[in-house]
Design a protein around this ligand. Structure first.
Ligand SMILES: Cc1cc2nc3c(=O)[nH]c(=O)nc-3n(C[C@H](O)[C@H](O)[C@H](O)COP(=O)(O)OP(=O)(O)OC[C@H]3O[C@@H](n4cnc5c(N)ncnc54)[C@H](O)[C@@H]3O)c2cc1C
Length: 600
């Protein structure tokens, strides 16, 4: 390894979304040498696409008296009675998680929520406001009080821009359009990463005293998804390959309202503001599935209801795979004021103006509850006993802390990424200031990755059959959608596993056409496809083993939740190239929030 190929920092953070940027900004207060890598421009991280809101109990609004829990909202006057509480937010989150969320971590997230909103506010974040200047709040699915704080439907954009500026101000160095290819862990100690400068194709070993992954979600393994092109689960796959276990990967959330055939998100705020879901017979079908919460039941339940309607022949559109989101009764003024972005998206991508026509929608792969197991300070754990991988941290959607359990509530994700990003930033700063040092690297990770790239450029010398990477990716998305989607059973999952293994085999003889060093997107797509295959195998294996239905994991052959056997987290380790599963207990306060039947 020549010196010119080594870069050194105190802390290296992969990911410039809310989690990575909070960590960098927070650790940056301590005058440490901090670098953030992002494979896309930092402000194009998927956090910036978040629309509907960020949860916190502020008690700024309540339903107008006498109109019931679904009535119109009004500001709570000074001294007026509170409708929300931290305990209620906790209970909603735990129930939403189908009791798989760790309650100690949930308590931390929810009690730090109000303060994190005010921290954003003090940094200049432009929230939507009530007439008296307080932060406006709206309803969201699975939350029993209005506690989504928002900026029209550009919430993520506004939050990310606000903290990115602050990270720059604190001297954080951003490596924009650098791609992390590998994580260096030897003897349970993290020593750095290997990264590719996308602009010129050069590989570097990057050494640091602490490394954090805030690499986001992985919806791109499904055909219809709300996720950005960059959400290919690199961080989880790289960690798994480096010997880190993955937790609860079977739990993948499908959002009820992606644009029909496109997957682009129509925020849940559409329903929070009062939108209806309607089938081909013009029926508001949620009445039959969740008579109390209706369209504002949690996402797993609403997506399943939609899929049932579709499978029973009440879908709309040429392939009958769609339904309608009807917003017309909200009126032009409300739509333009509260939901300008999604109105525009529906006009551009579906040719429909929601002011005067219902929008065709369908469920879309949206959020990954599982990921890299970490404690509430972001420290990554290596096993069910909670042994740390020293110097390795994770936060945000790639991490499983686990606050969302088997199903995340809307608006809790921007919150989790912010709270645990900040906590990981503090923990890393302490770790470094407490004397952590750069650790020697014994292997040659740079060479390993150079060979990986060469193999993709040259193809398999022993084979004349060169597979196309994009065909492999397409086939993977097809099987994950059909066999590992909203409804699963043993046969479908076994089909998915066979297909994933076949594609992994075919990938070995994949070859890319572009051999150049500069901005080689062909190469990136090939590496990302490798990552999709890697974590998809874990999703399917974890889902096959879990013979119950909980949250977003619904087995038609095991439709009931089974607390006796399955109230536990899945851990998947890579062993002899296959996922080996073990289990970890859930942290539950048996007095306060014992498991109950989940009804809405
Ligand atoms: C359309 C949409 C709307 C949403 N709306 C809401 C909402 O209203 N409320 C809510 O709470 N949640 C919402 N979510 C979920 C929420 O936005 C995400 O879970 C959250 O923003 C994730 O933040 P993050 O920091 O973990 O990752 P991201 O913001 O996804 O950032 C990931 C970062 O990792 C980098 N990265 C990844 N791999 C590599 C690599 N190999 N090398 C270098 N860099 C890499 C990327 O470049 C990026 O900077 C929404 C999600 C979507 C898709």
């Amino acid at each position: 390894m020549s010196d010119s190929e080594i870069i050194t920092h105190d802390i290296i953070i992969v990911g410039a979304g809310l989690a990575g940027t909070w960590a960098a900004m927070t650790a940056g207060e301590e005058k440490l040498d901090i670098a953030v890598l992002s494979k896309v421009h930092p402000l194009r991280s998927h956090s910036g696409a978040a629309q509907g809101g960020i949860a916190a109990v502020l008690n700024n609004v309540r339903p107008v008296e006498g109109t019931g829990p679904r009535g119109p909202l009004e500001p709570i006057p000074p001294g007026g009675e509170a409708v929300d509480s931290l305990d209620l937010h906790m209970f909603d989150t735990i129930k939403g998680s189908d009791w798989l969320g760790d309650q100690d971590a949930i308590e931390i997230m929810i009690s730090e929520a109000p303060e994190i909103i005010y921290a954003y506010e003090h940094m200049g974040c432009v929230f939507s406001r009530l007439p008296d200047g307080r932060i406006a709040q709206r309803r969201f699915g699975g939350h029993s009080a209005p506690r989504a704080n928002y900026s029209a439907d550009y919430t993520g954009h506004v939050l990310l821009h606000t903290i990115h500026e602050q990270a720059l101000r604190r001297g954080v160095k951003f490596y924009s359009e650098w791609y992390c290819m590998d994580l260096i862990v030897e003897e349970n100690i993290c020593r750095g990463i290997v990264a590719l400068d996308i602009l010129n194709g050069k590989l570097y070993t990057m050494r640091a005293k602490a490394v954090m992954f805030g690499t986001g979600g992985y919806g791109r393994a499904w055909k219809i998804t709300s996720n950005a092109l960059a959400n290919t689960g690199d961080g989880v796959a790289i960690s798994y390959n480096a010997g880190v276990p993955l937790m609860d990967m079977e739990f993948v959330q499908f959002h009820p309202t992606g644009l029909y055939q496109k997957g682009i998100l129509m925020t849940e705020a559409c329903r929070g503001e009062g939108g209806y879901l309607v089938n081909s017979t013009d029926e508001r079908f949620m009445e039959r599935y969740a008579p109390d919460k209706m369209e504002l039941a949690p996402r797993d339940l609403v997506s399943r209801a939609e899929q049932m309607e579709i499978e029973e022949g009440r879908g709309i559109g040429p392939d009958s795979q769609g339904l309608y989101l009807d917003m017309r009764h909200l009126g032009e003024q409300k739509i333009c004021e509260r939901l300008p972005q999604v109105r525009d998206l529906a006009i551009k991508f579906a040719g429909v103006d929601m002011i005067d026509a219902p929008v065709p929608i369908q469920p879309t792969a949206h959020y990954s509850m599982g990921g890299i197991p970490a404690d509430s300070n972001g420290q990554v754990i290596a096993d069910a006993d909670g042994t740390h991988i020293l110097g390795f941290f994770a936060a945000g959607e790639c991490a499983c802390i686990s606050v969302h359990g088997a199903n995340r509530l809307g608006t809790n994700s921007l919150l989790g990424a912010s709270v645990f990003g900040r906590r990981a930033g503090r923990a890393m700063a302490e770790f470094v200031k407490d004397g952590a040092d750069l650790q020697p690297i014994h292997d040659d990770p740079l060479q390993r990755n150079q060979e990986r790239i060469k193999h993709l450029m040259d193809g398999d010398p022993a084979s004349n059959n060169h597979e196309s990477v994009s065909r492999i990716a397409e086939e993977l998305k097809g099987t994950m959608t059909q066999n590992c989607g909203i409804f699963r059973d043993e046969e479908r999952l076994a089909n998915a596993m066979r297909k994933v293994n076949e594609l992994q085999e075919r990938y070995k003889s994949a070859r890319i056409m572009d051999k150049s060093g500069r901005f080689n997107t062909d190469l990136l797509e090939a590496i990302e496809t490798d990552h999709l295959l890697t974590f998809s195998e874990v999703v399917v294996a974890s889902g096959m083993a879990r013979t119950e239905s909980r949250g977003a994991h619904y087995r038609t052959d095991y439709p009931a939740r089974d607390d006796e056997d399955w109230l536990k987290h899945t851990l998947a380790h890579k062993e002899e190239d296959k996922p080996k599963l073990s289990y970890k207990s859930v942290n539950i306060d048996w007095e306060k929030f014992p498991p109950q039947e989940r009804k809405y």
